[in-house]
Design a protein around this ligand. Structure first.
Ligand code: NAP
Length: 315
């Protein structure tokens, strides 16, 4: 009999659905109407052996309690901050994610955001489309990257892949994380010290309780009116209200953001700012990487149900 699995979240690529097809009986609770959902939780949930979820949807303890026979949670993404890891460990539920396969594309997006915000690409694009070039409207020059300091918060897989790219632009790298990391001579003693030393502060650390609002008003002030914040990590890492306030008052120069506190909602104030570049959480959203993530996320389920260890267990 095919294992029955719950596929959480409502948007899944064809790659994922194709990889699951034929091997699993899939249920999509997010697509169910409330009465259908109640019947599902009563009649089907007890048979569910696996959950496939996204990095942002995750699975909390209450969500997992619906599935008394749950054996494995496969996260389609590297960030597991939305999964209650303690609750899963207490029930001996295996948790897997998709590290490595997305590193290069996420680092590409971080570099692209850094370029886009420093050279003000969205603003220039709007300028040309609106006919302002032909009208000879005044335009301020952008700022160059060469010789500037990029401070990376979280010098792991993505942080280091980003550093490789930024060095090619002539940028100097500094970082902060808890451990010494691979180049201790570049490590600052705190996030605030890193912000003070940086022209661009790029967030590449995981979300979750340990990093929640790590970037607060004090860190933004240390980055300063000439500084730029780039966030490809998680919206929770930044105190978003403090960010809006710092940008609005000119205490922070600019920001480029792929992730937000309450996705898909983005504060209206940010949407109206010309010194802000916004993307809809798309760090890994390329054909190639989504294919690789689908293969790994489903590969973890396949390994588990074949009686083998998961390919990429968390922890
Ligand atoms: P990783 O290799 O585990 O690197 C994370 C780094 O952050 C580690 O070097 C770690 O070093 C540091 N870190 C962890 N907790 C910290 C803390 N409390 N304070 C300071 N530093 C801390 O992970 P990765 O593969 O590079 O991914 C990083 C994050 O990027 C993911 O967790 C995810 O949230 C985000 N992401 C976003 C997208 C997107 O679409 N925008 C896509 C993929 C990933 P220490 O443990 O020594 O502190």
């Amino acid at each position: 009999m095919k294992p029955e699995i719950a596929v959480l979240g409502s948007v899944w690529t064809e790659e994922v659905l194709r990889a699951l097809d034929g091997h699993y009986t899939c249920h999509f609770p997010a697509r169910m109407a409330p009465d259908e959902r109640a019947a599902y939780e009563r009649d089907v949930a007890p048979r569910i052996r696996a959950v496939l979820t996204t990095g942002t949807v995750g699975l909390d303890a209450a969500g997992a309690a619906v599935y008394p026979g749950l054996e494995i949670v496969s996260v389609h993404g590297v960030g597991v901050d939305a999964v209650d890891l303690d609750a899963m460990a207490a029930r001996r539920i295996v948790v897997t994610n998709t590290p490595d396969v997305l590193t290069e594309d996420v680092a590409d997006l971080a570099a692209a955001l850094l370029l886009a915000v420093s050279r003000r690409l969205p603003l220039l694009d709007r300028y040309v489309r609106a006919g302002h070039w032909e009208e000879k409207r005044p335009l301020q020059p952008a700022r160059s990257l060469r010789g500037k300091v990029a401070g990376i918060y979280g010098y792991g897989r993505i942080g280091q892949a980003l550093a490789t790219r930024l060095r090619a632009f002539g940028m100097e790298i500094r970082y902060f994380q808890r451990s010494a990391g691979p180049e201790p001579q570049l490590r600052c003693d705190s996030l605030r010290e890193l912000a003070a030393a940086s022209d661009f502060l790029v967030l590449c650390a995981p979300g979750g309780a340990a990093t929640r609002h790590a970037v607060d008003a004090a860190v933004l002030d240390a980055l300063g009116p000439e500084g730029t914040l780039v966030n490809i990590a998680r919206g929770s890492v930044v105190d978003e209200a403090a960010l809006v306030e710092a940008l609005a008052s000119g205490r922070l120069g600019a920001a480029a953001l792929d992730v937000f506190a309450d996705e898909p909602r983005v504060p209206k104030a940010l949407r109206g700012m010309d010194n802000v570049v916004l993307t809809p959480h798309v760090g890994s959203f390329t054909v190639e990487t989504r294919r690789a993530m689908a293969s790994l996320a489903v590969g973890n389920l396949d390994a588990h149900f074949a009686g083998r260890p998961a390919l990429t267990p968390v922890g």
